[in-house]
Write a protein that binds this ligand. Sequence first.
Ligand SMILES: [Zn+2]
Length: 276
Amino acid sequence: MSDPCILCVAITGSVPTKAANPAVPISVAEQLESTHEAFEAGAAICHAHVRNPDETPSSDPEKFAQLKEGLEKHCPGMIIQFSTGGRSGAGRERGGMLPLRPDMASLSVGSNNFPTRVYENPPDLVQWLAREMRTHEVTPEIEAFDLSHILHAIRLHEAGTLYGKLYVQFVMGVKNAMPADKQVFDFYVEIMKSRAPDALWCAAGIGPAQIKVNEWAIAAGGHTRAGLEDNVRLDRQTLAPSNAALIRRAAALCEKYARPVATPSQARQMLGLRPV
Ligand SMILES: [Zn+2]
């Protein structure tokens, strides 16, 4: 039997709106309902941003606290991962929810271009976020938009800057950043195997690349992410009806490649997180 595959559901993000797809959960109540359905479909990790009532991104720790409390109640054991991404706030606001001690938080360790702007992650902010995560025992998930981010994360891990086990996510298909390129993906996997053999890796594709990258990651023995944050469609003509529908698609690929879908407790063990 091959290793279980950890599925992460990226429920909301900071970009997609209900105009793009009415299924994008915006309020905490909608987020809880949408996550619960994805949890039942096999998602072990919930990657979450929070929003204001007008759908603009928020970094309000109070909203994150409400979401965490609801997830603990309605999705018992699910791994809670908050975003410290740069579209939800500026500077240290991005880590304002870390004292809530989610299991994990996303961490970008380098800068790159996004569709309409520079995604800025200056070294002093990266160091501060990593230090806050250590203080509050939050395991980072490194968001790698480029090869240099993977190598830098490995260096930071070796230097003891990052809390817990090294977990790197390859993000592919963001316009103006690394495209979903299979040759590059294969090289990323090689680099992880040779330079950080004890680490785990996962991969996410944006837009139409979601299903493609899901399949590459599952076939190559890694873990993967799906959800409306990254992609609002099942195909060119069809909106995804829910986050769960995108997780079901990834779970079907796990079956195709004989990878069991990791339960939350298996995922916690594999990632070295505290049990619940
Ligand atoms: Zn995110």
